[in-house]
Write a protein that binds this ligand. Structure first.
Ligand code: SF4
Length: 281
């Protein structure tokens, strides 16, 4: 096989080139029949009815619930990952159950009447590595008059976001840091995340942004000011959640972010944005 042989995945900026049968960096996509397909399609590791505020979305149907699903896999490697038990594992390392878009949409509809459910949220692991399942569920959810919610790292190619944007009603996108230097640390693409936020907002999606403050990494005033400046350039009305880090995964020995730092940084962001919230405090 030549060095350039293999199928290239166009889902995220990593552009994995995969030999037949090989699985990508995210563990959710594999080369089958000469092209890269989503192998975690419909494989649910998590299913729960969550308060919408837990996503977090603070200004979208407040007080409502949203049926929330997750699979396995992620295209980033944030050392502080809060969901590593599913996001950093593949199909043989987690337990999952197969689901179909129509069955999930029917369940979401039943829960609308019984439990004040507004729709379906794609969350827990990184949903965009299995964007085809998000797309197919979103179509079924819309047919039933319900809402689609995306919770994502936003690190995907423009073509993927262009397909999903008209189907997504609300999104919380992580903007983890202020620069490509920060995204080099977590294994992502800063420009792609910024583009996702812009595209979703332009498409009319309700967008909120979350920044997890990791001590010593993105806790300088200039860091949050740069993040708030970008968000304000999309719209100063976009809510920004400034949230506290707790030790997890490869940063289990680190100390939590001091609450005083979160409050200080939120105040810095408020110079540019009208709606800044603190989280995990
Ligand atoms: S989505 Fe997965 S397989 Fe595709 S390029 Fe990104 S990490 Fe690689």
């Amino acid at each position: 096989m030549s060095e350039t042989a293999g199928a290239v995945c166009e889902t995220c900026p990593r552009h994995c080139r995969l030999a037949e049968g090989a699985t990508g960096y995210c563990r959710a996509r594999s080369a089958v029949g000469g092209r890269v397909v989503c192998t975690n399609y419909g494989r649910l590791t998590s299913l729960a009815l969550d308060p919408i505020e837990k996503k977090p979305l603070s200004f979208f149907h407040p007080g409502g619930n949203v049926l929330s699903i997750g699979s396995y896999g992620c295209n980033l490697r944030c050392p502080f990952c809060q969901n590593d038990s599913i996001s950093q594992h593949g199909e043989d390392e987690v337990s999952w159950q197969q689901a179909t878009p129509s069955a999930l949409a029917d369940l979401a509809l039943r829960l609308r009447d019984e439990r004040d459910n507004i729709g379906l949220a794609y969350t827990y692991n990184e949903p965009l590595v299995g964007w085809e399942f998000v797309r197919d569920c979103a179509v079924e959810i819309r047919k039933r008059g319900l809402q689609n919610v995306l919770v994502s790292n936003g690190c995907a190619e423009a073509a993927v976001i262009d397909v999903l944007a008209p189907l997504i009603d609300a999104a919380n996108i992580d903007l983890k840091g202020p620069s490509q230097d920060y995204y080099d640390w977590v294994g992502g693409d800063f420009g792609a995340v910024c583009r996702t936020i812009r595209t979703l907002h332009k498409a009319g999606c309700h967008v909120e942004v979350t920044t997890l403050i990791v001590p010593g990494r993105n806790d300088a005033d200039d860091d949050i000011d740069a993040i708030a400046t970008f968000v304000a350039s999309v719209s100063p009305d976009i809510p920004l959640h400034v949230t506290r880090f707790f030790p997890r995964w490869r940063m289990s020995d680190a100390t939590p972010t001091p609450v005083s730092d979160i409050r200080r940084l939120a105040d810095v962001a408020r110079a540019r944005l009208g709606r800044v919230l603190t989280g995990n405090c």
